[in-house]
Design a protein around this ligand. Structure first.
Ligand SMILES: [Zn+2]
Length: 900
């Protein structure tokens, strides 16, 4: 799933955009998007710190919902009538509570007798008198207007989107739907649904299920389009897309499939749509359950993050679209496959509550990789698993299990645990039980729970039933406990005895949150091309295995089939790594050899990696070799990269260019300029432009101004120039950058424009007179695009001009709950602290001085105190001497003490 990127840091954002557009890690994208979304009205109230979360009670069974909306594209509001048919479950129902966020309700009616209804900013509570008896099918109808802050997003020319591309789209997951219609909003409830949307005649309306009718109302002139989803699905999967859209279409079997974009971008749709039918065919075969719905449409929409798997209508970001000239650097394959798989995992069966989210996302990520294996070969699939393993393995200090009930906000569940680790858990199951048995289990699990909600135990019990084996421990260690094993492997060879000793130790700390892992894998020896595999069972912390072999192994591999998610350290000799690096049948072995060799600096290793970079048959190993050379970072490594630009696979070429930019060398600048002349792929050119950001030089200034003014697909080259300018941090660019931003706002993508505003502020922060830039930025603080608005507000913080404080204060809130308010809060803090304007050492020095001053003051007080005590005592002593019977001296001393 997904939704818009709200609170990501820029670094993340750029990474995410980059990762997604390479088709690499849409799971990355998923993981990050949506933070800060308003969580569940369904949970009745605001979340407190880390409560345990459970699915709410269902007092009524929702049977069918009809949502009839008329959007106003000028006002960006909707007028709606929502009709809900329900039946009370076990008890007579007095109150029906519907999640409804900030809806302006004008009437609530029912075929049952309503005593009254109460509307808050979170819910509508309808009271029946008499109570509706269990099972009695009842209808309520709510008429309302909404100006949705979330859940339904307008994209219009008045907001800065192109004329002729007007559209709106919705986003349900996790709890955004109540912003545009009322319903019970939690995934432990399924119902059929119907969406009617009334739009001007030239517009297209898309929603779930099948098209029922399209009628023009002669009175209003509006076209009413009615869609019916007649198979039950959960509320967050209800979707609507409407507007001026372009379309390409086809069929798979008798299933209509289509791809929509804003009208002006339809020429790019084919590149993203290309594999859809092939994926459907593959998934039907692989999953064993026919595609369960009436159609499969995908719609790309503006300023949306990632993708969302609404039943029969996936919504995607337009960021996934790309022209041919990008070659294979860009791809929609991962994203398109991911969302399509969700039609089975997530839609046909849905996690009952967010603690079991991995049943949606883990399957989507894993089957996305399985399709990649089908299309591009097993090496490609393994490479994908290798890459996503890093998302898990770097989280060594996080002990949160995949299934946990302790979270504040549902979005916290959308991280590497549900996505990458979930996918790996499935990969381990499949490796361990074999493909055929795995398929059988998955098919049975889907068929048994079709069109309903699932929990992890549903999957486990099917697996146990069909395999006859206990999976208690497997699920306990991987799903209900946190982390993954750290495994240290060592190997010794005794030539005399022809004996290999392999030791395996689990080195991670075992606690009540992280178990000692039990797993089964293999040790592989390769001796003169002959492969000898030995099964090993790991069930304690330390094992020593001895094997008599025909000769000294050239290669020793732990877990050669790559079926274990573990952080494996295996210290090997360099010659053995070289053998492994060249061993054709083992892509993971070659990748891991690169990992190990990246830590060496010698010329021979560099030469070996250079050879791999130019000759390995698999592009992923070539990419890894390029990265290893960058890590080695010697002059020879630089030369090896510089001499390896002639890569036919654009993905490798892009990496080589990127890594060259990681070296600060005068030759690197020259080389980058050569690349800029020769390269034609805009994505790779963008990388080369960013590389210029290291070199303060007249020539780079000239080049960057030229790229700032250039025109390219989505203004990518100008965006790359902004990044380089940001790195250079030179006031020289203030004028040219401001001019381009003023003239060409609409050509930038929203996030990139926001980023550029912030860059302008940063490079202006040391200017004496900031008035011009401040005024320029203030011009964007009310921009109708939330991203640009927040960007401008953040930029005012970065500019460091206290004169912006009054403007920023108008956006601040005591409890910031959206992107703009959070940006204002951060900016105000920046300005009030003004810390970023003072070098860090001075800040520290000032802190030290402050501390010293406090200490001196205290010492002075103490001294005064002692002095006074002494004086008092002296006085008392004097008095005593003078008048031995007087008792007043004590009193005086005490009084003085009090003052001290
Ligand atoms: Zn997903």
């Amino acid at each position: 799933m997904t939704c818009t990127v709200r609170t990501l840091s820029w670094v993340f954002l750029v990474f995410v955009i980059g990762a997604m557009t390479t088709g690499l890690a849409d799971e990355t994208w998923h993981e990050l998007q949506g933070h800060g979304s308003a969580f569940g009205a369904a949970l009745q109230g605001k979340a407190k710190m880390t409560e345990r979360r459970y699915a709410p009670d269902r007092d009524a069974d929702i049977l069918h919902i009809t949502i009839d909306v008329t959007p106003d594209f000028q006002q960006r509001t909707v007028a709606g009538t929502t009709t809900i048919r329900f039946a009370p479950m076990a008890k007579p129902l007095t109150e029906l509570r519907l999640d409804a966020i900030d809806l302006d309700v004008s009437s609530v009616t029912s075929d049952a007798k309503i005593e009254g209804y109460d509307v808050t900013d979170k819910a509508i509570t309808i009271t029946f008198d008499p109570a509706v008896r269990p099972g009695a099918k009842t209808t309520v109808k709510v008429v309302y207007e909404a100006e949705p802050k979330r859940g339904l997003y307008f994209r219009t020319p008045a907001m800065g989107y192109p004329e002729g591309d007007t559209h709106l789209y919705t986003q349900g997951e996790t709890h955004e739907a109540p912003h545009w219609y009322p319903n019970y909003d939690y995934p432990n409830e399924q119902s059929t649904s119907e969406v009617i949307c009334r739009v001007p005649e030239g517009m297209t309306v898309l929603s779930n299920g099948r098209l029922v009718s399209e009628e023009v109302d002669p009175e209003s002139g509006l076209k009413a389009v009615r869609w019916l989803q007649d198979k039950p699905h959960v509320n967050y999967l209800v979707a609507l897309v409407a507007g001026q859209l372009g379309k390409i279409e086809s069929t798979y079997r008798d299933i209509p499939i289509a791809f929509y974009t804003p009208a002006s971008q339809i020429e790019y749709a084919a590149n993203s749509f290309r594999d859809t039918a092939d994926m459907l065919e593959f998934y039907e075969k692989e999953i064993g359950v026919p595609y369960p719905w009436d159609k499969y449409y995908q719609a790309a929409v503006e300023d949306y993050g990632g993708g969302m798997e609404n039943t029969t209508l996936t919504i995607l970001t337009t960021g996934t679209l790309f022209p041919d000239e990008m070659e294979n650097v860009r791809s929609s394959q991962g994203l398109v496959a991911h969302e399509l798989v969700h039609q089975w995992f997530g839609d046909y069966v849905t996690c009952k509550d967010w603690s079991h989210l991995w049943l949606n996302e883990g399957f989507a990520v894993y089957y996305e990789k399985l399709y990649d294996g089908h299309k591009n070969g097993r090496d490609s699939m393994l490479y994908n698993l290798y890459r996503i393993s890093h998302w898990v393995l770097r989280n060594r200090s996080v002990h949160k299990p995949i299934v946990t009930r302790s979270y504040d906000d549902a979005w916290e569940q959308f991280d590497y645990r549900a996505y990458q680790k979930g996918a790996w858990v499935l990969h381990m199951l499949r490796t361990e039980m074999g493909e055929e048995m795995f398929r059988k289990c998955v098919k049975t699990y889907l068929e048994r729970h079709a069109l309903s909600s699932v929990v992890t135990e549903d999957l486990r019990s099917v697996i146990e039933e069909l395999t006859g084996r206990s999976y208690d421990r497997f699920f306990d260690q991987w799903i209900y406990h946190g982390r993954h094993p750290d495994v240290e492997v060592s190997y010794e060879w005794s030539e005399k005895d022809k004996l290999a000793k392999v030791s395996v130790e689990q080195t991670h700390e075992v606690t009540d949150k992280v178990m000692l892992f039990h797993f089964r894998t293999k040790i592989r020896f390769v001796i003169d091309g002959e492969v000898i595999d030995r099964r090993i069972d790991i069930d304690s912390q330390q094992h020593d295995f001895y094997y008599r072999l025909p000769g000294k192994p050239d290669i020793v591999r732990f877990d050669p089939d790559y079926g274990l998610l573990a952080n494996v350290t295996f210290d090997k000799s360099t010659p053995m790594l070289y053998e492994q690096l060249e061993y054709a049948g083992d892509v993971i072995g070659r990748l891991k050899a690169c990992d190990a060799l990246a830590k060496k600096k010698d010329k021979k290793t560099v030469a070996k990696l250079r050879e791999v970079l130019n000759e390995d048959p698999f592009y992923g190993v070539r990419q890894r070799a390029a990265a290893a050379l960058e890590e080695i970072h010697t002059d020879e490594a630089f030369e090896a990269l510089a001499d390896s630009l002639d890569q036919t696979d654009a993905r490798v070429r892009q990496d080589v260019v990127g890594h060259i930019g990681d070296f600060y060398r005068p030759e690197s600048l020259e080389l980058t300029r050569k690349i800029l002349k020769a390269e034609e792929n805009p994505a790779i050119l963008g990388g080369a432009i960013r590389n210029l950001g290291l070199y303060h030089h007249k020539k780079t200034r000239r080049l960057l101004v030229r790229y700032l003014k250039s025109r390219s697909f989505r203004n990518e080259l100008a965006g790359a120039a902004v990044e380089a300018i940001r790195m250079l941090d030179e006031p020289f660019f203030i004028g040219p950058l401001q001019q381009i931003l003023a003239e060409r706002e609409r050509e930038f993508r929203s996030w990139e424009f926001a980023r550029a505003l912030e860059t302008l502020a940063r490079i202006s922060r040391n200017e004496e007179d900031k008035t011009k830039v401040r005024k320029f930025l203030v011009g964007y603080v009310n921009h109708p695009k939330e991203q640009i608005q927040a960007g401008a507000i953040g930029a005012l913080g970065a500019l460091g001009d206290p004169k912006a404080i009054p403007v920023l204060e108008t956006f601040s809130s005591d409890e910031p709950d959206n992107r703009v308010e959070r940006a204002a809060e951060r900016a105000l803090k920046d300005l009030r602290d003004r810390k970023e304007l003072v070098p860090e050492e001075i800040v520290q020095l000032r802190e030290t001085v402050d501390k010293l001053k406090t200490e001196t003051d205290r010492l002075k007080d103490d001294l005064d105190d002692i002095k006074k005590r002494l004086e008092a005592n002296k006085e008392a002593l004097g008095d005593k001497e003078a008048d031995e019977t007087s008792g007043s001296s004590q009193t005086v001393a005490e009084d003085e003490n009090d003052k001290g």
